[in-house]
Design a protein around this ligand. Structure first.
Ligand code: F0G
Length: 470
């Protein structure tokens, strides 16, 4: 068992709205969990982004925020923390991860240039495409197979990558992107060995390698636990090595760094950093705060150090494993192995009667809310399909764990809700768009059911209750 290395000092009340209110709320939200009001949500597993609990050290540090427009002490403290933990030369602060993705795309991607990546992340891909770049998936095939027990589904397929590098040559490639704990595949790590090989290939072809290091700390837990020869290395040493194998990284600090807002682009090349700063001052803010307040940068500097604390990060991964274990032992189809920050339900297997054109994962997410006030996120065709391109990829619902927020009792209740929905799965309808946005349609899209949702009720199993009543 991995015990939480913290105790709770401040609490936020939550309550379960009644069944009628839940039906009304999801209808008002167009059957899109993003459009629910949080006051209507009981257990919020929409995302681990910006939803973690701050530590007392982070809150205390926020008092030291230097809100100077230029030359802020808080910026220099943040830069020092980043350099200490990751070792990159330059920190370009942004309001969150997609701000960094935007800057990167503007400085590195020419129209027609290719960005090979392990699978994709929604905002990462859209920024490349908005400046005319072409996204190329070079993930290993196991990444798209929810049942494959492969331990490193975040790996890049080296043969596929070399083919793309060879075909387009250095002048046709903007950069190679490798994402830690590959979100869309289920939070799946890459191996150190794979990253070293990707590094060698990109060096041979002379193209930059940029990490999406948003969940790099958790990736290090998996490397220590699963990769031969890595178990006894220190957590910090491994983080530094991963970063040293790349030319730069995008960080959404709203995840591993335990902050509600913030992110940055880290780069080693002086000239590239200068160009990124020029774009920064146009779109985000001055070079010493980007999109953050001084107090945000203080919380982030402390959060970076906490993300290098192995016990803290292990607990995050252990919570996902705990929830995954509860679901797996009830025979519920989930993505295996359980990844970093979430448990992913396989909607294709849970709702086999709903064709992908009727959005099974979107519908399953709505059903979980109706049944028990649990908010999850669609990670299937609504998120993944692009324009009219054919899509037969993953169809998942993500139950994402905010860090340091929920107790085992909450997770046990979530497992009961999922089980209840799965036992009534045959009666769950598909959905149709009533409003389909042009970009990132999962955020703001609206739907209607193709038939009414069934009554969905939950019986709590009380699995965390003691076996003996005294
Ligand atoms: N990269 C990855 C791997 C992410 O998971 C995210 C955000 C981003 C970049 C963009 O960062 O949100 O700070 O602008 N993921 C969130 C999620 C939204 O729910 O998985 P952002």
């Amino acid at each position: 068992m991995t015990l939480p290395p913290w105790k709770i000092k401040v609490v936020e009340p939550i309550s379960l709205p009644g069944p009628e209110r839940r039906r009304e709320a999801i209808e008002d939200a167009g059957y899109n969990t993003f459009l629910l009001r949080s006051e209507d949500v009981f257990i919020d597993l929409l995302t681990d982004s910006g939803t973690s609990a701050l530590s007392q050290e982070q809150r205390a540090a926020m008092e030291l925020g230097d809100e100077a427009y230029a030359g802020s002490r808080s910026f220099y403290r943040l830069e020092a923390a980043m350099q200490e933990v990751y070792g990159y030369r330059h920190l370009i602060p942004t309001h969150q991860g997609r701000g960094a993705e935007h800057l990167l795309a503007r400085v590195l991607v020419q129209p027609g240039a290719v960005v090979p990546s392990n699978l994709y992340f929604t905002t990462s891909r859209v920024h490349v495409e908005l400046v005319g770049g072409i996204w190329k998936d070079v993930s290993v095939p196991e990444a798209s197979d929810p049942a494959a027990p492969f331990p490193f589904k975040g790996n890049i397929d080296l043969v596929a990558l070399e083919r793309v590098l060879h075909e387009h040559g250095p002048e046709g490639i903007a950069f190679v992107r490798q994402e830690a704990c590959l979100n869309m595949a289920g939070g799946q790590p890459f191996s150190l060995d794979n990253l070293r090989a990707v590094r060698a290939l990109t060096a041979e072809y002379g193209v930059p390698l940029i990490l999406d290091a948003t969940r790099m700390s958790e990736n290090v837990v998996f490397i220590k636990d699963r990769e031969a020869g890595q178990a006894d290395r220190s957590f910090r040493e491994l983080i530094l090595e991963l970063a040293s194998l790349s030319d730069g990284a995008v960080f959404s600090s709203k995840k591993d760094h335990f902050v509600p807002i913030g992110g940055f682009l880290a780069l080693n090349d002086d000239e590239l950093a200068e160009r990124a700063r020029e774009v920064l001052v146009v779109y985000e803010g001055f070079a010493h705060y980007g999109g953050m307040a001084g107090h945000d940068m203080e919380a982030l500097a402390q959060g970076i150090r906490e993300a290098a604390d192995e016990a803290m990060v292990r607990h995050v991964v252990a919570q996902a494993a705990y929830l995954g274990g509860l679901l797996a032992e009830r025979g519920i189809p989930i993505v295996v192995p359980v990844g970093a920050h979430a448990v992913f339900l396989d909607a294709k297997r849970i709702l086999p009667h709903v064709p992908q054109s009727a959005f099974p994962a979107q519908s399953l997410a709505a059903a979980l809310y109706i049944a028990g006030g649990v908010r999850s996120m669609e990670r299937g065709i609504v998120s993944g399909q692009h324009g009219d391109a054919p899509y037969d990829g993953l169809e998942l619902v993500r139950l994402t764990l905010p860090r340091r927020v929920y107790a085992q009792e909450h997770l046990s209740y979530v497992a009961d809700v999922v089980e209840a929905v799965c036992s009534d799965a045959a009666a769950i309808p598909g959905l149709a768009f009533t409003y389909e946005p042009e970009h990132l349609r999962f955020f703001l899209g609206r739907f209607e059911p193709t038939a009414p949702f069934p009554e969905l009720s939950v019986r709590e199993s009380g699995r965390t209750a003691p076996a003996l009543v005294v």
